[in-house]
Write a new protein. Structure first.
Length: 367
């Protein structure tokens, strides 16, 4: 049994994918070739946004908008400690300060009441200037953007939707990629829409912001590729990864339905999973449950492993307790919900090709 079965998916798309790859080998435009621009057009159309800007990873998809806004030393960017480290890492790379906000115990997404409290703390202390919020759509579930946008407008903050895990999700029929000022997603192979290497994309309806992001991803160049007009980076997507994504996109909606079925079957037997509010559609990147204790989790992990069933802990350490972020001065107890989740959560196999028989086997050792 696989935690994520990429082989089953590849069997569906292999022949047309090989055809696309042969075409790339023939035309020789390996970086930012025609497949990249075809992909960007189809991604924008899929999400219903004006601009989809491909890039080399989900991390760069977060970093590039921060660079476009000139965020740096003295600036505060608010995000959650219960996510993958990249979300906080990009803030620190630019010399800005990550300000962590605990999450809801039900959805694992950023707690909006606590967000406003933390913003006011920073304002009252007067040491940092609040600049942006990066909510994370954890495990595929979009955050509460209607409320987040209201808070952002009140305090004049930018919003980046971290949709690394939620591409394909929606709120009230509006696709992920439409929320905040700009959205960032990842095409890492384990994501709902993943390539066979690293890749990412940025989504926005802001024409000027889109142009800045396009320039930054190619070393800050615009019309003259030999004259950098701003500091940028090497954030381009290669043509082969674009080809992979184009073929996967052709079966993506069907796979989302299949993920939904897997999620539905789990939930018939498990009542300790992530809460999905009405009108919110998750992309079901992961299926996670919260257990009563760390000891209970260890016991179930061992039992699953003994029966050749993979499981993963996302996330074993909340970011504020990682060694790299000691300089921020946080300590154990600062974010109790994130800390509890890190001790008690476990992720079970989740992919479109997981069979009901396999799910029954998994459930046998949990329920």
């Amino acid at each position: 049994m696989e935690f994520l079965d990429l082989k089953a998916q590849q069997n569906r798309i292999r022949k047309p994918l090989e055809k696309r790859i042969k075409k790339i080998l023939d035309h020789g435009a390996y970086i930012m070739g025609p497949e990249v621009f075809e992909l960007e057009e189809k991604l924008a159309d899929y999400c219903g946004v004006k601009h989809a800007i491909s890039c080399s990873s989900g991390t760069d998809a977060l970093l590039i908008p921060l660079m476009a806004w000139g965020i740096g030393p003295g600036d505060a960017v608010f995000t959650t400690p219960f996510t993958y480290v990249a979300t906080a890492e990009v803030i620190s790379i630019l010399g800005a300060t990550p300000i962590f906000v605990d999450v809801y115990e039900s959805t694992y997404n950023i707690d909006c009441e606590k967000l406003e409290i933390e913003i006011n703390k920073v304002i009252n202390e007067g040491k940092l200037k609040p600049k942006a919020i990066i909510p994370v759509d954890l495990f595929g579930l979009p955050a509460r953007y209607r409320l987040i946008d209201k808070i952002a407008k009140k305090y004049n903050l930018k919003v980046i939707e971290d949709a690394a895990q939620s591409f394909g999700g929606s709120i009230r029929g509006n696709k992920v990629g439409n929320f905040g000022d700009i959205a960032a997603t990842s095409f890492y192979p384990a994501k709902p829409l993943g390539c066979y290497g690293d890749g990412g994309a940025i989504f926005t309806n802001d024409d000027n912001l889109a142009e800045e992001c396009k320039a930054i991803r190619i070393h800050g160049t615009k019309k003259d590729k030999y004259n950098s007009e701003m500091i940028g980076l090497n954030g381009r997507l290669d043509s082969i990864q674009a080809a992979v994504l184009l073929e996967k996109l052709s079966i993506f909606d069907e796979e989302l339905e299949m993920r939904n079925e897997v999620n539905f079957h789990y939930r018939k037997h498990l009542n300790n999973a992530q809460y999905h509010p009405k009108d919110y559609q998750s992309a079901h990147a992961l299926f996670s449950i919260v257990l009563r204790s760390n000891e209970k989790r260890d016991e179930i992990v061992d039992r699953l492993s003994q029966n050749k069933i993979p499981s993963v802990i996302y996330y074993k350490y909340p970011i504020h307790l990682m060694q790299a972020f000691n300089y921020l001065g946080y300590s154990n107890g600062d974010f109790p919900v994130s800390e509890m989740l890190s001790l008690q959560i476990i992720s079970l196999p989740m992919h479109p090709y997981l069979t009901e028989t396999e799910q029954k086997k998994i459930l046998k050792y949990i329920v």
